[in-house]
Design a protein around this ligand. Structure first.
Ligand code: LLP
Length: 391
């Protein structure tokens, strides 16, 4: 965190934040597109030869999507809403990978009509449904099987997806039934890929590597029967640090992740794909909020700000840590709970946090809110959604 003339500047390009508050009316998400460009470049250099499909659930702001499209990314989507937003932002159907466990008939109908590049199938009944619907339209759908290798990547249980008690992907024991279904619908289903996503905020890779090794064998067996199988999609999930600013260490983790991925999969001769979200956008956004009250009780001091769990739910939902930094540097420190206006005791951003003297009217930045911030926001309590500004 850096201050210039006592004012907080944001990101590697040291962008001032305080001027954005000149006409402040409600909390603001600020996204630095130049920083995003840097992150995308670093990831695509490390994962050379891999096609990146940005997981737009992390942040679907049109300018974020346009930026990523202009740099060569595709889009990983999980709903018709996201498909529409991707198309409106310049992506074509040939740039879109469609994941998600609950695709409705209507959504599949639209995906088929558009000719989406790849549909990642998450269950046998879904495969059956797509086979039947594509057959009725005399079409051939491009299918990837999302497999669940039952592997623990040591992340928060709410964002782990590759364990057998998760609803995501398909167990390896289901493969014979999947093959039978693909054969039944051989005129309407084309197997083009195998996909994997073990979860999010992954910071160590032992389990990930084991999963790659497991799926590599599965891929080989499937390819022997389905020569159309050419793509290996190794998902997203690479984590970032929320408790410290150490981009250099993060980049070395990226190198380690890339090295494990590329060296494990190199002899597969597959086109490699990935679906990163958080790593690209997480650091590139902050949420600016204004302190409304400093409330002292016999037990605690609360800094009550005008952003709440409705604007950024990560601390309430996962007890996630976000740094909270005043926009103007002051002296003195206090220990307080930083909370929002929402009528829930889980509406907090930080507990017993030491923060340099904030007072009523001051602005704070909730750092690293570029991913899963606005995209998870709601209007609970009929609070307005935050503004979003791209710089
Ligand atoms: N691909 C699939 C199929 C996914 O489900 C996800 C995220 C991604 C890619 C992107 O993962 P990433 O690279 O961003 O880790 N709301 C939570 C994160 C939920 C992630 C869900 N799936 C949070 O705020 O931590």
């Amino acid at each position: 965190m850096e201050y210039i003339n006592n004012e907080l500047v944001f990101g590697p390009y040291k962008k001032p934040l305080l001027p954005l508050c000149a006409n402040y009316a409600r909390p603001i998400y600020v996204y630095d597109l130049q920083f995003l460009e840097q992150r995308y470049q670093k990831m695509s250099e490390a994962l050379k030869g891999v096609r990146l499909f940005y997981a737009m659930k992390a942040n679907s702001h049109p300018q974020v999507l346009q930026k990523l499209k202009s740099m060569g990314a595709g889009a990983d989507v999980v709903s018709l809403g996201e498909i529409k937003r991707a198309l409106e932002s310049g992506f074509g159907p040939e740039d879109i990978v469609y994941s998600g466990v609950g695709k409705t008939r209507f959504e599949i109908e639209e995906a088929l009509r558009l000719g989406i590049y790849q549909i990642n199938v998450e269950s046998l009944p879904e495969l059956e449904r797509i086979g039947e619907m594509a057959a009725a339209k005399s079409m051939k759908a491009s299918i990837a099987l999302r497999l669940n290798p039952d592997i623990d990547i040591k992340t928060h249980p709410y964002i782990a997806t590759g364990l057998k008690d998760n609803k995501f992907g398909m167990e390896l024991s289901l493969i014979p039934a999947l093959i039978a279904c693909l054969q039944k619908y051989k005129s309407s289903l084309e197997l083009v890929g195998v996909s994997l996503h073990l979860g999010s905020q992954m910071l160590e890779f032992a389990g990930y590597q084991e999963a790659l090794l497991r799926l590599k064998n599965v891929y080989r067996d499937l390819q022997a029967q389905f020569p159309s199988l050419q793509r290996f999609d190794f998902g997203g999930g690479l984590g970032i640090f929320y408790d410290r600013q150490d981009l250099a260490l993060e980049e070395s983790l990226l190198q380690e992740y890339a090295q494990i991925t590329l060296s494990t999969l190199t002899d597969l001769n597959a086109s490699l794909q990935s679906e990163p979200g958080r790593w690209l956008m997480g650091h590139c956004g902050v949420l600016i909020s204004q302190v409304q009250y400093i409330k002292k009780t016999s037990q605690k001091t609360f800094a009550i700000i005008d952003a709440g769990m409705n604007h950024l739910i990560r601390p309430s939902l996962y007890e996630a840590h976000h740094e909270i930094i005043p926009l103007v540097k002051k002296s003195g420190a206090m220990v307080c709970d930083i909370v929002g206006p929402i009528c829930e005791s889980s509406d907090f951003f930080a507990k017993d946090r030491s923060i340099t003297g904030v007072a009523e009217g001051d602005f704070v930045a909730v750092m690293d809110s570029g991913a899963y911030g606005y995209s998870m926001a709601s209007q609970y309590n009929l609070q307005d959604l935050p503004l979003e500004i791209c710089i």
